[in-house]
Design a protein around this ligand. Structure first.
Ligand code: ADP
Ligand code: ASP
Ligand code: MG
Length: 458
C-alpha cells in the first residue's frame, strides 16, 4: 500500500480567503490519500506573540484590541469563504472556543503582568488551531471529505516551551492513532502545524517555522510517499531571494544539502524537517502555491549528478560572535568543556566555531542571554562580543569530492574581510563569518561565480 502525500501549506498560502481557495484547489487536484498541515495565516503568530508581550505590560485594553483585530482577520476570511448557513455557524462556534481560550490566557497574563513560556505557547498555538479549522471546513464545503485533527493529540513533546522536542515513539503512535482511522474512511485529516502538547496535555510549540517539522513528523509516522512543502517561492532557491535578486530554483538536492542550507538560514525549510524524512527515506518537495504547475525542488537521499558544483548558498544575518581568549587554554584539557558549559547553562546554541591555540570564537543567532554568558565566561577567560556579523555558507555534496571547490568559494569573496572560516567534517559546506554590511556583496559575488554563469539547471 502506498502511504499518503503530506501537504503542508505555509502562512502566505493560507493568508486570506483567496489563498485558501487556491489551497483547496491544489488539494482537490491531488489524488490518493492526503494529509493537510497548515501554518497560521501570515503574520498571525507574530501578532499573537505581540499580544502576549502586551499582556505583560498589564494594558488590558491594548490586549483586547489586539485580539479583536485577530478575530476580525479570521472573520473576514470565514465570511468570504462561507455563505451564511449551518457550516459557517458550526465553524464559527469552534473558532469562538479557541478565541475565548486566548482571551482568558491573555487576561490572566495582563493581571499578573507576566506571561510564562508555557502561557506564551498556549497563545502562539491559536494561529494554527484557527487556520486548520477554517481549511478543514473549506474542504468539506467543497465536497472534499476532510476532518479536523487536534495537533495537541497528535504531536507529543517535552515541556521545553517555545522549542519543544517531539517524543519520537509517542508522537508516532499518537499520529497513527489520530489519523489512520480518518484516512481509512477516505477523509483528509487537516491539522495545524507548529503545535503539540506534553503527555499531560499542556500545549507546546515546536519553534518558529515549525509547521514544516510537523509535516515531516506526520510523514514519518504515516510512511508518506511524499512530503510537500507548499510556500510562496518556486522551491529551494540558489540563494535567499531577499538578498540575491536573480536566485533560481534548484531542481534537485540531497537531504544533507537541504538540511545544511536550512541550518544556515534558508528559511523556506525548518532545519529539523529533513530528519524524519531521512528516517524513512521520504522525498520532500518544495512547491509554490501560487504556481502549482511549476516543478519546484525535490529533496532525496542523493542528488543526481548535476553540472552545478554547488547546490545553493545561504546566509544568516545579524549574528553575534563571542571571542574567548585565554593563555591558559594552551594545552589545557577541559577548557572547551568549561566554555561550552556556559552556553549550555544559558540554553544558547552556537552555530559556527573556530579555534586557535589561545582563543575560540563562536557565533550565536540568539543573543538574548549574552550579558549572563559574558559574565560567566569572564570568570576564566577574556571575552569579546561582536555584533552585526553574518554567516554565509556555500553548500554542495561536491565539496567532498573536489578539494579545489572550497578554494574557489573562498576566492570568490575577493577582498571582503572574513572574520571566521570553517569547513566541518561533513565537508558539505564552506562557511564564513563576515560583517553584516558585507552580506549582499558576498552573496552576489558567490552567486555570480557559481550560479549566474551556468544558467538554469533543468
Ligand atoms: P512559509 O510561511 O510558507 O513557511 P517561509 O517564510 O517560512 O514560508 O519560507 C519561505 C521564504 O523563505 C521565502 O519567501 C524566502 O524569502 C525565504 N528564503 C530564504 N532562503 C531561501 C532559499 N534558499 N530558497 C527559497 N526561499 C528562501
Ligand atoms: N506559524 C508559525 C510561525 O510563524 C509556524 C510556521 O509558520 O511554520 O513561526
Ligand atoms: Mg516556514
Amino acid at each position: 500500500m502506498i502511504g499518503p502525500v503530506v501537504m503542508k501549506f505555509g502562512g502566505t498560502s493560507v493568508g486570506g480567503a483567496t489563498a485558501m481557495l487556491q489551497v483547496a484547489r491544489i488539494v482537490s487536484r491531488t489524488t490518493g490519500d492526503r494529509v493537510v498541515v497548515v501554518s497560521a495565516m501570515s503574520g498571525v503568530t507574530d501578532a499573537l506573540l505581540a499580544a502576549g508581550a502586551a499582556a505583560c505590560s498589564g494594558d488590558a485594553g491594548d490586549v483586547a484590541a489586539r485580539v479583536a483585530f485577530l478575530e476580525a482577520r479570521h472573520r473576514a476570511a470565514v465570511d468570504a469563504l462561507f455563505p451564511s448557513g449551518t457550516a459557517a455557524r458550526e465553524l464559527w462556534t469552534d473558532i469562538a472556543v479557541h478565541l475565548e481560550d486566548l482571551r482568558a490566557v491573555l487576561r490572566s497574563a495582563a493581571v499578573l503582568r507576566e506571561v510564562t513560556p508555557r502561557g506564551l505557547d498556549r497563545v502562539a498555538a491559536v494561529g494554527e488551531l484557527l487556520s486548520s479549522r477554517i481549511i478543514a471546513a473549506l474542504l468539506g464545503s467543497q465536497g472534499i471529505a476532510a476532518r479536523w485533527v487536534d495537533a495537541r493529540c497528535a504531536v507529543l513533546t517535552d515541556a521545553n516551551f517555545g522549542a519543544a522536542q517531539p517524543l519520537a515513539e509517542r508522537t508516532h503512535l499518537a499520529i497513527s492513532r489520530e489519523m489512520r482511522p480518518v484516512l481509512a474512511t477516505d477523509e483528509i485529516p487537516v491539522v495545524g502545524g507548529f503545535v503539540g502538547a506534553t503527555e499531560a496535555g499542556v500545549t507546546t510549540t515546536l519553534g518558529r517555522g515549525g509547521s514544516d517539522y510537523s509535516a515531516a513528523l506526520i510523514g514519518e509516522a504515516l510512511e508518506a510517499c511524499e512530503i510537500q512543502i507548499w510556500t510562496d517561492v518556486d522551491g529551494m532557491l540558489t540563494a535567499d531571494p531577499r538578498v540575491v535578486a536573480d536566485a533560481q530554483p534548484v531542481a534537485h538536492l540531497s537531504f544533507d544539502e537541504a538540511s545544511e542550507l536550512a541550518y544556515f538560514g534558508a528559511k523556506v525549510l525548518h532545519p529539523s524537517t529533513i530528519i524524519p524524512a531521512i528516517a524513512r527515506n521520504i522525498p520532500v518537495r518544495i512547491l509554490n502555491t501560487a504556481r502549482p504547475e511549476n516543478p519546484g525542488s525535490v529533496i532525496t537521499a542523493r542528488r543526481s549528478p548535476g553540472f552545478r558544483p554547488l547546490a545553493a548558498i545561504a546566509c544568516k544575518r545579524h549574528v553575534t560572535v563571542v571571542n574567548v581568549t585565554s593563555t591558559r587554554m594552551l594545552l589545557a584539557h577541559g577548557f572547551l568543556r568549561r566554555v561550552f558549559e556556559v552556553f549550555e547553562r544559558h540554553a544558547t546554541s552556537v552555530d559556527v566555531v573556530t579555534t586557535s591555540e589561545i582563543s575560540v570564537s563562536m557565533t550565536l543567532d540568539d543573543d538574548r542571554r549574552i550579558a549572563a554568558i559574558e559574565r560567566d565566561l569572564a570568570e576564566f577567560a577574556t571575552v569579546q562580543v561582536e555584533r552585526e556579523l553574518a554567516i554565509v555558507s556555500a553548500v554542495g555534496d561536491n565539496l567532498r569530492a573536489d578539494p579545489a571547490l572550497a578554494v574557489s568559494v573562498i576566492a570568490a569573496f575577493g577582498r571582503l574581510p572574513l572574520r571566521m572560516v570553517s569547513q566541518a567534517a561533513s565537508r558539505r559546506n564552506v562557511t564564513v563569518v563576515l560583517d553584516d554590511a558585507d552580506v549582499a556583496a558576498a552573496m552576489s559575488r558567490l552567486h555570480a561565480e557559481f550560479f549566474s554563469t551556468v544558467g538554469v539547471e533543468r
